[in-house]
Structure formats: C-alpha cells, structure tokens
Design a binder for this molecule. Structure first.
Ligand code: NAD
Ligand code: ZN
Length: 356
C-alpha cells in the first residue's frame, strides 16, 4: 500500500504494510539519490527492539546511530545540539541521510536536526507508534521550550515514510489508545463513514494487522489531504485541533506524565462533543460512543478533572483564541467540523457538569 503526499515543497510517498521495512534499501535507492552516510536516530525503548533489524538492512551503507532517552523530554534544544555535535563527529555532509526510527518524539527531533544541520539535509521516517500516522505527515518538525511545547521548529518534509505495522506489536496499551484517539478525531471532523467503520470493527485494542493497515492508510490519506488543502485555503488545518483545547490543558496539568497526548485528547473530544450539542441544540454524540471508548480502555474522565479554573486559564492561552474569547473546534454533525467562539460562562458551566 502506498499513499502519495503532495505538498508545495515536495511530493513523497508513505509506504504502509506488514514487513514493508524490508524495502528500505530500494526506497533509499529510488527516493534518496546519491545517498551518502546514514545516521539513524532512535530512542532507548525502540533501539533494543528494532535498531539491529534496521541496521541489518543497510549493508553496504556507512551507518551511524544515535540513541536518545525515550520520552518527551528528549524533544529539547539540548538534544538538538547533542545530535548536531554527533552528526559533525560522524562527518555527515550534504549527501547524508537521517533516518528517524521511532514515534513522534524521535520524528520531530530527528526531522529538526535534518532541517537545521548544514541548513538542511534529507531525512526519512520509519514510524513505530500509532500516533505517528499524525506526526509523520505534514512536515512539522521541532523541539519544545521550557515555556511550552513545539515552540521551536521548522517545516521539513521527509524523502519517504516507511510505516511498517509489525513495529506496533510491542507498543504499550496506553500508546495504542493515544494514537487511536487521533484516528477517531479524524473520523469525527471529516468522515462519518470512517467513524462507522471504526465503531464496528475496533471492539478492542490492539487491532489485527489487516484492520490496522486500513486504519493507518485512511488516517494518513486524511491528514495529507487536510494539510495540502490548507496550503491553498487557510483554516481547515485548525480542525485537527478538535479535542485539543481541553486536551492540551489536561496534558499541561499532568505535566505530560500520567496521561498520554491522545488520552487527553479523547477527554477533550468528549467535552467538545457535549459543547457541540449545547451549541447547536442537536444530538451529535453517536449512539454508544461513550460505552465503546470505555470498552477500549480509555479511563473515566471524572477523576482527571479536578481544577476547572486552572483548566480554563490554560485553555485561554490557546493559539486559536481571538481577544478574550476561547475559540474551539466543534462538530456540526459527525464527520463535519467548524470553529466557534465559546462564551467563558458556558465553558465554566460545562466544565463543572462535565465532572459529574
Ligand atoms: P513517543 O515517540 O514518545 O512514543 C511513545 C512511547 O512509546 C515512547 O516511550 C517510545 O519509546 C515508545 N515506543 C515507540 N515505539 C514503540 C514500539 N514500537 N514498541 C514499544 N515502545 C515503543 O510519542 P508519540 O506518541 O509517538 O508522539 C508524540 C510526539 O509527537 C509529541 O512530541 C507530539 O508533539 C508529536 N507530534 C508531532 C506532530 C507533527 O505534526 N509533527 C503531530 C502529532 C504529534
Ligand atoms: Zn494531537
């Protein structure tokens, strides 16, 4: 399976399949002409599982590796500088290729190193998480600042993405939930038929490989379509923030520790769905939705929301806001999104009933 991603800057392919990483040498040959030295960047969880496998495919290339500590804290200026120092020591030149082997953290960090090293060298992504369907498309790369997430970065498109679903065999349950929440999000904002497919076929996580390939392919197609449409018509990309206004606030409150990004977004989506109903005076939450996600292992949200004032303050800092009003992505119906300003009082009321 192959999905083509077209951006103004570049066209590239996302190869999706079971065992497809074996095609890495051919992909490099066809997509990275004159490939010089290779630097594989990965993290301390992924390295013991898959680094040897990937290195084994690169016979005949000059390969170096750099392993960062697993976790969000590696998306930092410190690791960026270390990575660049390491690349310099390995004497990577403009023909070099960086391979990002891992989840969104490794993808964002390695992509930013590739974007800045010698004013930009080529990179290729080998995602290993479900959430990476999101992070590997769109070309956003970067690191965090102590003042906030993703405040330093660039747009840098990969030469190719090789998404081998076999890597997801070892993914922890909460990381499955994290990635799956973003898949459900895409269905909510764009594709009611896809929502019905997910609701029917995904009765527990993880899913089998056949369904997984279908899901990843559809999710990547949708993300790619939204990103390329947004290059022409600004705004659509904002729909990707569905569930993220409250989600980001919850994540910040948990200091990015106890709850994954997607799990926080799932809570944010439930909240945004309820607001959408109040806003439009219509039923929008699909029948059986709450029971379904509960069955998939998403925790009850009551316990996590204890300081609604703090959440509100954090939500007010959201980038989408204009003046003092909080702007949120709401649904008109399942499969169709819109951005609306929401009155503070309504938010306060909804946050307090949401906890019950
Ligand atoms: P992650 O890269 O931290 O991976 C999650 C955890 O799973 C880590 O502990 C990792 O070591 C482990 N892991 C990864 N693959 C594994 C495997 N196959 N088996 C076992 N363990 C594995 O996080 P993520 O959820 O993939 O990505 C989150 C990051 O992505 C955030 O920093 C976020 O900002 C970024 N992101 C970027 C974009 C973008 O457009 N660039 C979009 C969405 C998210
Ligand atoms: Zn997200």
């Amino acid at each position: 399976e192959k999905v083509h991603v077209n951006t103004e800057a570049k066209k590239y392919s996302v190869y999706i399949g079971d065992g497809i990483v074996d095609q890495l040498p051919e992909v490099i040959q066809s997509q990275v002409p004159d490939c010089g030295k290779i630097l594989i960047i990965t993290d301390s969880n992924v390295a013991p599982l898959y680094l040897n496998k990937v290195k084994g495919l690169l016979d005949g290339f000059s390969v170096n590796e750099w392993v960062v500590p697993a976790g969000e804290t590696s998306k930092s200026m410190r690791e960026l500088e270390k990575g660049i120092t390491y690349a310099l020591r390995c004497e990577l030149d403009r023909h070099a290729l960086i391979i990002a082997l891992g989840g969104g953290v490794v993808g964002d960090l390695a992509g930013f190193i590739a974007a800045t090293y010698l004013r930009g060298i080529r990179f290729l992504q080998i995602p290993t998480t479900l959430l990476a369907h999101d992070s590997s498309v769109g070309g956003k790369v970067g690191v965090n600042h102590t003042y906030g997430k993703n405040l330093i970065g660039a747009f840098h498109q990969p030469e190719a993405v090789i998404y081998d679903v076999q890597f997801l065999n070892t993914l922890p349950a909460k990381e499955w939930r994290s990635g799956f929440a973003e898949v459900v999000k895409l269905a909510f904002i764009r594709d009611a038929t896809f929502y019905d497919f997910l609701f029917e076929k995904v009765r527990s996580l993880p899913v089998n490989k056949e369904i997984l390939i279908t899901i990843v392919k559809r999710a990547i197609e949708m993300k790619a379509a939204i990103v390329s449409e947004d290059e022409k018509e600004a705004g659509i990309r904002a729909y990707l923030n569905f569930g993220h206004t409250l989600g980001h606030a919850i994540e910040a409150e948990s200091r990015y520790q106890s709850i994954t990004h997607g799990e926080a977004v799932m809570i944010g989506m439930i909240f945004a769905l309820r607001l959408s109903e109040v806003h439009s005076h219509q039923p929008i939450i699909p029948k059986g939705f709450l029971a379904w996600i509960h069955q998939l292992g998403y925790a009850n949200w009551h316990a996590t929301l204890n300081k609604s004032n703090l959440l509100l303050e954090t939500m007010k800092k959201d980038k989408k806001n204009k003046k003092d009003k909080i702007r949120m992505v709401l649904l008109k119906e399942c499969g169709s999104a819109t951005v609306s300003a929401v009155e503070n009082q309504l938010l306060i009321d909804q946050l307090s009933t949401f906890k019950e």
